[in-house]
Design a protein around this ligand. Structure first.
Ligand code: COI
Length: 349
């Protein structure tokens, strides 16, 4: 693929305080852009990160044809750069795109575009555990037409943002009782922009009560725990790890499936099955609920300190042999090229 590379005149990197990053606020020097029109992807370009011009009638603004991915690039002590399971992100953005009647991005556009961008913005990836370059590939419908039907024109764009942690401080959650994130046959499994917008209002209400996130329950009964919206969710009852199976309502998280594999590798019993609110509350009452944690690219593995359901509020104990700590260590050691990668998850750029 021939990428037209338009380099920035002067890098912005000196103006960035890499020790004080707020997630998603700072962007690297360049972005990758590729157009779709007349049934094909064309004009792959890398140019300085900056504002773009769109028709006010672009369908993305009216009908939400927008899907995205979250990935990270890591740098090891030798300045080598790695991605984590990038082909899974490639597969997933196309699964999301297809569900929203958007065209698939070809593999060379996704992977070669990303590689070229990372080579150019390599200095933005800082060494040291916890530092990464968060990568946001996305596809939007750019055709200016407001009939409610799929667009004929799209852009695939990749932007990059240096990142440290996603959540600052302890996370407490509400178990959803009224609102729903997704429903059977819907788009819950897709990384569709609208899935996130739909959570903002109920999450604002939760924030007012002192909870950072909602753990969504099934839309029919609100009896089964599904995902946290920015994270998949794991429960440790006794020494067993439990997580809900993915389906058309739940995102097929790459960190989630890596944790399931790491648990199996470490002889930790994992149950992938429906998890009810009632059993988690009962386990908490009996002192058998040892941990809840969320997993995601941005959040990595985030312990959940407490939860509320109806009028019942629970605080989780602090434990020494935490699975969240164990899996986080195992995962980041693979990501930062500090441990053997027996599943070939790491990809060197
Ligand atoms: C990610 O973890 O990459 C996500 O896409 C979640 C996002 C809301 C930050």
């Amino acid at each position: 693929m021939n990428i037209d590379i338009q380099q920035i005149a002067q890098t912005k990197i000196a103006s960035v305080d890499f020790n004080n990053l707020t997630f998603g606020r700072t962007f690297s020097d360049h972005m990758f852009v590729c157009d779709f029109s007349d049934g094909e992807w064309k004009n792959p370009t890398i140019k300085p990160y900056g504002p773009m011009l769109f028709e006010p009638s672009a369908r993305v603004f009216h009908y939400g044809q927008a899907v995205f991915e979250g990935m990270k690039a890591f740098k090891d002590d030798n300045d080598d750069v790695f991605l984590f399971r990038p082909e899974d992100n490639f597969d997933r953005i196309n699964a999301s795109a297809n569900r929203l009647a958007m065209p698939s991005v070809p593999k060379e556009v996704f992977l070669e575009g990303l590689n070229a961008l990372l080579k150019l913005d390599k200095e933005w990836i800082k060494k040291g555990l916890g530092n990464s370059l968060y990568i946001r590939p996305f596809i939007i419908a750019t055709e200016g037409a407001i009939a409610a039907s799929p667009a004929d024109e799209y852009k695939f764009i990749i932007i990059c943002s240096p990142a440290q942690s996603y959540y600052a401080g302890e996370v407490r959650v509400l178990f959803a009782e009224e609102y729903s994130r997704s429903a059977n046959g819907g788009v819950g499994f897709a990384k569709a922009a609208g899935n996130y917008a739909a959570q903002f209002y109920p999450t604002q209400l939760a924030n007012k009560e002192g909870f950072q996130q909602i753990i969504w329950t099934d839309a029919d009964t609100h009896e089964y725990l599904e995902e946290a919206g920015t994270m998949n969710i794991f429960f440790r009852v006794g020494d067993t790890l439990i997580t809900t199976p993915t389906n058309d309502r739940i995102l097929d998280g790459i960190t989630r499936k890596s944790i399931i594999q790491l648990a199996e590798d470490n002889n930790i019993k994992v149950e992938v099955r429906r998890v009810s609110v009632a059993e988690i509350k009962e386990a908490a009452r009996l002192g058998e609920l040892k941990e809840i944690f969320g997993s995601g690219t941005a959040a990595v593995i985030n312990p959940i300190k407490g939860f509320k359901h109806q009028e019942d509020v629970f605080e989780l104990p602090t434990i020494n042999d935490s699975y969240a700590t164990l899996f986080k260590e195992k995962l980041v050691n693979i990501q930062y090229n500090k441990a053997e990668d027996k599943h070939n998850w790491r990809v060197k750029i």
